[in-house]
Design a protein around this ligand. Structure first.
Ligand code: ATP
Ligand code: MG
Length: 421
């Protein structure tokens, strides 16, 4: 019987002592205000990216169709427990650990698996660390001429002077709209950033530190918010040109030439309160969209014409390949002023909340492709197993489905154009 290790980080359950929902709401209010919060009163969002017991149970249940699931919570004794399970026979690890400390936190568990020679699912430590640095990610995208907003990085407030003085700023390829800037050497792309700008902590996810105040129209606003982010999040701040167009998020499944974009998810900014900026940040995700007042934030498949759909899929797959993503990832895309899809960021460990009411985008895209939640999780593991030559229970990898019989999983891997959008 196949033995599947399942590596995860489980979110601590809110206790009355820590305040539960009330603490979350006040944290939300504090961050939404964006006032000069001292680091000691930083919102308690340390575990925001970890998974709930419900999600972990749903994934374990899906994996159990392919073998015996061995739970390996990524606690400090993870290396010893992995080693012990390997000695008993462990075929592969399904990895969904977000990690705890440092800028390489998502890479820790995959690196430990590599150290012991245990096959695992998803991207490798290098890609996971790269994508957790939004500036380095954009440098790689720029090198590969994948459109992404022009940007600069501020490590210290004194860097702003250089940035506003229009020096030392990376201008990334932008789909040709900047003429000679879109081709040629990176040096040729160093030039001015134009307001409005958007700023964010370089190493965070789940919209930590991303509020409406991060949209800056003037040098004064920019300086104030960059100072706040540097002080609060203790890491460099990415300063980007604001992309004013529609936003999409794209789930990718597969490897090499067989990687496919699932039906595109469109972000519906019309659902936000009147006057809100078209930004899918902290307020939209955690303050305005509440279980008692859910917002219709998504349309899937997104309503786009065939040309735009192809352009979004193209930029998504180019980013996926340029960054070395494996098995699955979610790519955030926004249109620039000319309607060209630009990559905002890439998530090689996408959120996978099982309850459709939670509006998790990857499972939503899978459902639109005709895949159940279980099929999505199983497909990720099968892709990882195929990639590494690992056999799974039920002949999943050894004997592929009968030729000609297209399963929902195959449909998702090779979506017929008309059915997927
Ligand atoms: N350059 C930009 N121009 C316009 N809007 C932007 C830009 N960068 C980010 N945003 C907005 O901020 C949101 C959050 O940014 P981003 O996706 O980088 O953060 P995140 O916290 O890592 O997101 P996730 O929750 O997907 O992990 C985007 O979905 C988008 O609405
Ligand atoms: Mg994002």
């Amino acid at each position: 019987m196949t033995r599947i290790g399942f590596a995860y980080n489980q979110k601590p359950e809110p206790s009355p002592a820590t305040g539960g929902d009330a603490a979350q709401a006040s944290a939300a209010d504090a961050i939404a205000l964006g006032d000069e919060e001292p680091p000691s009163s930083r919102p308690d969002d340390e575990f925001a990216e970890w998974d709930s017991a419900t999600t972990i149970a749903a994934v374990a249940d899906a994996l159990s169709a392919l073998g015996t699931v061995v739970r390996l919570e990524a606690t400090p004794d993870f290396p010893e427990r992995l080693r012990a399970e390997q000695a008993r026979g462990l075929d592969i690890v399904f990895n969904m650990t977000e990690g705890l400390r440092g800028v390489n936190r998502e890479a820790h568990v995959p690196a430990i698996c590599e150290f012991f020679g245990v096959p695992y699912s998803g991207s490798d430590p290098f890609t996971l660390s790269l994508c957790l640095d939004k500036a380095r990610t954009k440098e790689a995208l720029a090198y590969h001429e994948v459109p992404t907003a022009p940007f600069g990085v501020v490590r210290d407030l004194s860097d702003l002077a250089a940035l506003l003085g229009r020096r030392s700023v990376e201008r990334a390829a932008s789909g040709g709209r900047r003429g000679s800037n879109s081709r040629g050497s990176l040096d040729a792309r160093r030039s001015a950033l134009g307001f409005p700008l958007f700023v964010k902590p370089v190493h965070e996810g789940s919209s930590k530190g991303i509020t409406e105040k991060n949209y800056c129209e003037t040098a004064e606003e920019l300086e104030r918010q960059v100072a706040f982010l540097l002080e609060t999040y203790r890491q460099p701040v990415l300063v980007e040109e604001f992309l004013p167009g529609r936003e999409f998020t794209c789930a990718v499944l597969g490897n090499g030439a067989r990687a496919r974009v699932l039906p595109i998810v469109g972000i519906n900014f019309g659902a936000l309160p009147a006057g809100a900026l078209p930004v899918y940040g902290f307020e939209a995700k955690w303050v305005w969209d509440r279980p008692d007042n859910p917002l219709e934030m998504f349309e899937c498949p997104a309503v786009v014409d065939a040309g735009l759909r192809r352009a979004i899929e193209d930029v998504t797959l180019r980013a996926y390949r340029a960054l070395g993503c494996r098995d699955w990832s979610r790519v955030d895309v926004r249109l620039d002023a000319d309607g060209v899809p630009n990559v905002v960021e890439v998530n090689p460990l996408p959120g996978i909340l099982p309850d459709p009411a939670d509006n998790s985008c990857f499972p939503k895209a899978a459902r639109a492709a005709g895949m159940s939640y279980e099929q999505l999780i199983q497909r990720c593991l099968v892709l990882a197993a195929e990639r590494q030559g690992v056999a799974l229970a039920g002949g999943y990898y050894q004997s592929r489905p009968t030729p000609g019989a297209r399963s929902a999983i195959d449909e998702a891997e090779h979506p017929p154009l008309a059915a997927s959008h």
